[in-house]
Design a protein around this ligand. Structure first.
Ligand SMILES: Nc1ncnc2c1ncn2[C@@H]1O[C@H](COP(=O)(O)OP(=O)(O)OP(=O)(O)O)[C@@H](O)[C@H]1O
Ligand SMILES: [Mg+2]
Length: 271
């Protein structure tokens, strides 16, 4: 395992890296301005699995939305293998904490809705719907309605819908945090299989350190003040086993550094 708070996190074996430099985002409310994060510098390996971790309210979702271009950054630059790219130019799929399915449409129609929005030709839609439902093991639920599915199944549909548009990047914001641990464990393993099969770049937000270590090549850790505190490469071979000693060691060392940092760092409003 390698870690440094001073060098950008470049991980994975992929040759293409997307570099984010000097990212800053603040929200204004009348006369007061609240800076969520500033001076963030990091790299993401294309085809890699990167997690963003940190305590509640530290800015994980905001950072994900800024990376996606859903909300504009105040400052910052994005380059891909050294060439500047415009914010918002990634073609991405997004998986939220709740799957946000349309209750009045069947599972198949929910995915078709997303495909139509991306102008996927009608003759390709049914094949894609079936293929991605099969990928998440739900092809037999194609004509069911969301309320007929369990929470874990609905989340799988959310993943299938995000993948069915064939995005370059899959953004996932705490997709398993509302599920029971048994279901979450299954879905984490399934997600890794899907990732390896589809070779997508995944950027995954979590506040769960064992989840981050199990899934990721690289973990960006924000502290409670929106600073990029740590950048961890998880060099544990795949396939990984839950409870693998190397994963547990990586997680313990990471969390020890994090808690030591928190003890030495007053919150912004105490400084
Ligand atoms: N649209 C907004 N307007 C004003 N403040 C916002 C807005 N969105 C987020 N914030 C603030 O930015 C900070 C970071 O919020 P964000 O949702 O990114 O945190 P998070 O790390 O994802 O938290 P959680 O783990 O609870 O989801 C919070 O203080 C939040 O109140
Ligand atoms: Mg969030």
């Amino acid at each position: 395992m390698e870690s440094s708070a001073d060098t950008p996190a470049t991980t994975g074996t992929a040759e293409t890296t997307i570099t984010f430099s000097n990212l800053r985002k603040s929200f204004s409310d009348g006369d007061s301005t609240f800076t969520v994060f500033e001076d963030l510098d990091f790299d993401i390996a294309e085809g890699g699995f990167t997690s963003i971790m940190g305590p509640s309210g530290c800015g994980k979702s905001t950072l994900l939305n800024v990376i996606a271009g859903l909300i504009p950054a105040d400052d910052g630059e994005i380059t891909r293998n050294g060439e500047r790219i415009e914010p918002g130019s990634f073609f991405y799929g997004y998986v939220f904490q709740e799957p946000r399915l349309l209750d009045w449409l069947t599972i198949g129609e929910n995915i078709r809705f997303a495909l139509r929005a991306q102008d996927v030709p009608p003759e390709d839609q049914s094949g894609r719907i079936y293929r991605y439902l099969e990928l998440v093991g739900l092809e037999d639920k194609i004509d069911s309605y969301p309320q007929q599915l369990s929470g874990g199944m609905r989340q799988r549909v959310g993943i299938a819908r995000a993948l069915a548009i064939d995005p370059d990047i899959l953004f996932m914001d705490e997709p398993f945090s509302s599920l029971d641990e048994f279901t979450a464990k299954e879905l984490r393993k399934d997600l890794l299989d899907i990732w390896q099969e589809t070779a997508k770049t995944i950027i995954f937000v979590t506040h769960n350190s064992s989840e981050a270590v199990f899934l990721s090549d690289s973990i960006l850790i924000l502290d409670g003040n929106g600073k990029l505190f740590d950048q961890v490469s998880v060099d544990v071979p795949r396939p990984r086993r839950i409870g693998d000693e190397a994963l547990i060691e990586t997680e313990s060392a990471m969390m020890e550094r994090f808690f030591a940092h928190l003890q030495n760092t007053p919150a912004d409003d105490e400084q």
